[in-house]
Structures are given as C-alpha cells and as structure tokens.
Design a protein around this ligand. Sequence first.
Ligand code: WTA
Length: 767
Amino acid sequence: MICSSSPKFVLPSGGGRGLRVPSLPDREIWSAPPEEEEGEEEEGEEKISVMASSYDSDGSLRGPSSSYPPSKKLTTSNYLRHVESMAKVPSGAGSIPHLNAVILGESLASEENDLIFPNVEFSGQALVSSPQKYLEMYKRSIEDPAGFWSDIASEFYWKEKWSKEVYYQNLDVREGPVKIEWFKGGVTNICYNCLDRNVEAGLGEKIALYWEGNEPEFDGKLTYNNLLHKVCQLANYLKDVGVKKGDAVVVYLPMLMELPMTMLACARIGAVHSVVFAGFSAESLAQRIVDCKPKVVITCNAVKRGPKVINLKEIVDAALVDSAKEGISVDTCLTYENPTAMKRENTTWKEGRDIWWQDVVPRYPTNCDVEWADAEDPLFLLYTSGSTGKPKGVLHTTGGYMVYTATTFKYAFDYKPSDVYWCTADCGWITGHSYVSYGPLLNGATVIIFEGAPNYPDSGRCWDIVDKYKVSIFYTAPTLVRSLMRDGDGYVSKYSRKSLRVLGSVGEPINPSAWRWFFNVVGDSRCPISDTWWQTETGGFMISPLPGAWPQKPGSATFPFFGVQPVIVDEKGQEIEGECSGYLCVKSSWPGAFRTLYGDHERYETTYFKPFPGYYFSGDGCSRDKDGYHWLTGRVDDVINVSGHRIGTAEVESALVSHPHCAEAAVVGVEHEVKGQGIYAFVTLVEGVDYSEELRRNLILTVRKQIGAFAAPDNIHWAPGLPKTRSGKIMRRILRKIASRQLDELGDTSTLADPSVVDQLIALAGV
Ligand code: WTA
C-alpha cells in the first residue's frame, strides 16, 4: 500500500496524545487542551493510511483524498446521497478502487465481478427484502427520527411515556456542551423488557439461554421463566447487601449464564454494572474498581479455557488489595463456585468480605419489583482503550440503548422467533453487552453462551456447537474466522451446519479471503454475512448489511443502519462526497450513542467531538466506493486492534516502562496473519543493562501482568535509541516501517536528531 504524505496534517500516533491537528489554526476549537499535556506530536509524520492513494478502475494510481473535489455544504435535502445509488443495482466490484480495507496484502482490484447477491428465497422472507425497502425505511429514519424511533420504542414497555421532545442533541462543541438525550422523561426498565415482558407475551417456556461449557460434556439451559426467577433472586440479594439505584457493581465473570444474569439483575434494581473482561489483569481490574467505586464485586473462583485453569479469584483478591491501597475498599465479593474448574476448598478466601453465590442467592424470593428508571438513567459503564494510558469509562443510558440494540439486532440478523443465535463474543466487551445479552433477549431470542475456546478439544468445536443447538445465526470476529480457516476445511465439512441462516462479523475489517471462506465453506454459499461496523461508544451497529436487502461486497460493511448518517471528512473537517477516503464521522445522534465518559465529560468532548466540530468522530478511517459501499480501513488514532480487542499503544508503553530495566518504549501495530494486528514494541534499556532472552520474556510478562494476556507484545525490538525529531518527538512512521520490514519505504529521515539510530534499529531487526 502506498501512503501519501502531507507534512502539514498530523495525526499523532504515539504514547499519550489526544487528537490534534496543528494545521488548523483558524479553528478556535483546536486550542482545547489535548488529552495529555506531556504528549509529543510527530513532526514530519506521514498521513495515516486512510488517506492513502488508491487505484482508479483502469489501474492507475490516484492521488490522496485532498485532490477530490471540495465538498458542498450539506443541507438536509441531500442527506440521502450516500445511499441513493442503492436504488439501482450497483456495478460489479471488478472496478472497486479500494485497497485500504484489504489486509494481508490482498488486492480487491483483482477480484472481477465480486458482488454477491442474496438468494431469492432468503430475500423473499427477509424483514428488509430489497434496497428499495431499505431506502424507504432509511429515508423516514432520517427525515423523521422522532417518529421513526418513537414507533419502534412503543413496542416496548414504558411505565410512563417520554416527553413530547423525543430527543435532544447538541453534537457541536461550538454551540455549547455536547449533550444527547433520547426518550427523556420516559420511565422503563430494560430487565423488565428483556424478561417480564417476554414472559407475559407467552415466551416463559422458551429457552432464553443455552450454556455450553468448556468441556463438551457440560451444558445447561434456562427458559425465560427460569432466567427471570434467577435474576430476581440475585437482584433481591444485591438489594439486601445495600446496592441501590445508581450504585456501581463491578462484574468479573467468565462466560457463564451468571454473567448476563448479573447484568440483568443490576439493571432490574437500577444499579450500574461495569463488566470487566475476565482476561484483564489484577492491575487493570483495580484501576477500574478505583474509577467507579463499586458497592459489590461479583466474580467466580475459576474458569477453564481449553485445557487451562484460570484462577479468577486470585486476580480479584489482588485487585481488591490494590484498590484498597488507593482508598477504595469493597465490602462484598460475591463469588460463584464454578465447580467444573475449581472446588471451593481450593479457593482463596477472605472471611467477612467473600461470600459464595450458591450459599446465599438461591435463598431469596424469585420475584423482585423492578426499579423504574428514566430513559436517561445510566445503565452501564464499560471501559475501553483510548490514546492515553487511562481507559475511558463509556457510559450508556437506558431507553435509547434498549431501543437501539433491540432494533439493530432484529434487522441486521434478520431475526425470526425460531432462530437460535450464537455470538462468540465475551460479555466483557461491548459485543457481549449489546449482542449476547440485551439485543437478543429484548427480542425474546434463544441465545448460546459458550464458556470455552473455539479450538478445544479441536478446531471443529464451533461447528459441533452449531449442530448440537441448531444455531441459525452465528456472529463472530474475523480473527476467529482466519484461525479456523488456517486449520483447514476438514473441521468444518465434518459437520452439517445446515441450520445456519445468517453469519456475522465484527471487531475489525474482514479481509476478502476470510470473508469468502466464511461464506463458501462455513455458510455453504447460502448465508449472507452481516459485517457490522460499530464501537463500544456507539452502543449498536452503525454500518451493516441488512441480509436479504443488499448485494454484498466481501470486505465492505456496506450501508448505514436506520437513523445513522455516516460522513467521511477530510483533514479540514469538510465532508467529502461520492467516492473517497477519509475520516469516518457521524452527524446527528442515534438512540444508542454513549452519553459521556464517566467522570470526564471534557475528555468525551475532546476525544470525540472536537476533532471535527459538529460531528462524532469515530477514530476510524473509511473509504466509500462509487456504489456508496463503505469500506472500513482501521483506526487512525493510537489504538491497535488485536483480535478485535482495542488496546491503546500508550497502555502497553506505560506497562513496559514500569519494568525497572526499560528506559523507554514505543509501540506500533503490525499486520498479523490471524490477529489482524499484532503488537510490536521498540524498547530502550537503561544504561548498563544488556539484552537477553530472559529480559524479553520478563518485559512481555510485565505487560501480561499489567493489562492482560491479550495485550502481550508479539515482538520486542531492542532499540539503543528511538528515531526522534530535533524537538524530541518519536517518528512512529519510521518505526512502523521497520516493524513491517518495509525498509525501502522509510522516507525522509533527515529531520531526525540522529539519523544513525535508524541503521542501528535495522541492524537489530533480527535480534
Ligand atoms: C473496529 C467493537 C471494521 C473499528 C464492536 C472500531 C471494525 C473498533 C468493525 C471498535 C467492522 C469494529 N469492520 N472495523 N465490522 N467492527 N471495528 O469498541 O476500528 O471494541 O473503531 O467495539 O473496532 O472496537 P470496540
């Protein structure tokens, strides 16, 4: 991929800086403080690859996006411009000029006629059966958002209806504080809508959750009635130990049925759950506990993933010691005994604080009044990585999130009541919140919760599960698709998979060869793939195919969901029309949008709304082809996407420098065959310390310990010095090129304070 460079425009990509665009002095807004004062900005840094040149249909190289015609100022009458082309069938993909979405060195331009039409049978039964039907609904959602979303919201239970003003929004920092509200004044409860409402509608005996354990012989199930009763018992217990509306509850559980159960119990009593992925380390858990000060922590003693037992309780114990040192002590640690992983007797225990779930929760009544909530009352907090070392507490509220997750789930997967749905994501991430728990349960769906690893006991496990439960909708991440693809078709073809109807992908761009394998081999060329682009911040799908409606292009997330107005802007914040590449923003709010960063509204505005005033800035790059299809090109900030997990480079750097032998570290992302991106760390040691294999291992261990195993660097590159400009800024462009061994593309190194550093680094590349 050839990257253009624009010396004026800088998106810094190194440790600890907010997004700054120094080339825009005319815009007052840029005087706002960056996220971290001490952050460096990179002089002479290249423009990130989203602005990369691309090829015209005749194969000739085209210039960067700045050469595109300047955009017109948009009026509300031309908002449909990016989807209008769908009213007619798009031209073939042979001429798609976009290479940016393509990873692993594939070239879309070589794919002739790569346009996959939904089969007639599927379209015939689909909720949205044609581009025209989509356009009709999309048009209404944009022209009359209040009416569109009110009609949908009315299908839920509201104790009191929302006020006349369905939504309020200010996304423009120049007009005052950013504020988004949907259905304010409406009184509801999301747990009630997931459970009681479905039970009342006659779904009491329908299976809500199937649980498949790590070991194939362990499984379980709960009907909507069972789940409601268990949620009520836990809710009663939580009330009994003093959890009240608005209190935070930290949840550190693996994929047991108790995880969604806990989320629902919190929601039932108005407590704000903060689920921490049970792969995060004690330090990371402690950091989150200190930030949100929970009344109770809920965990389990251990989990088995594949052949490995992970002692979760020890991690929680260590985190609670750490958080107590910071002045936050937690009185109650409710611990579920996961007997298939560890017996009680072997669990570390602190009398007075720790209590076994099984000893107390089942004693409580199976009914529990709900705590009614305003639509804008907080529902949950979920921490996510940003460009500084401190994770961001993304806050979602109740009513809009409810309506949005339910609706996106229904349409993007063409949900039917007879479906059996399996999303492989963990509830520790947003996908598990919106599309394992809330979205499907709000629709009365049957959901599979899988505790184990997809390649245990062998790489056919997923398809074994698909056949066992007759899964009809299967939603996963490209990293899993690639890793199973590598293991060969034999593991797939061994199973029938004939129950499958719709496939889904999330977390990173899915490269066309993985898309095709997923489509042809897993889905037997009959299941559409919903490649859903969205984020922790957006709450639900933003750009996604509606199966049955679209011809698909492998690797493209296609078109916006109802009510979403994606725009691509150039470095000046100008909307670019038609075929283009740029920064993906959204104008106008949608019900599922996050409302703030917990305790830091200023960071919310600085990170998401100041870079391009008037818009929500996603942090992603995007191309749009001449047919209006969207092609996500990855993060343009300091976030690496490893196996679909967001990790801030600054977080990894600060973990590395906490090692006493590490003087300085600079982390970049590199292409990785399975994970999408891998973590590549340049490390400068303190004077007098020698490189060694042991030190390399220790540095990796330090990151595992501070963040979690999923953030462990794939490479440590010894660096006697880092390439810095004369003003001391690290030039990450050069580091990225060295990391990916594109040594002939290093570009101009003459602005470096010491250009010989580059040769030293190259010499050490294999060490
Ligand atoms: C990336 C996960 C391309 C993107 C739901 C985004 C994707 C980040 C896709 C959010 C997709 C997610 N195609 N890229 N279908 N889905 N991403 O907050 O870079 O964990 O900004 O939410 O993942 O990650 P997060």
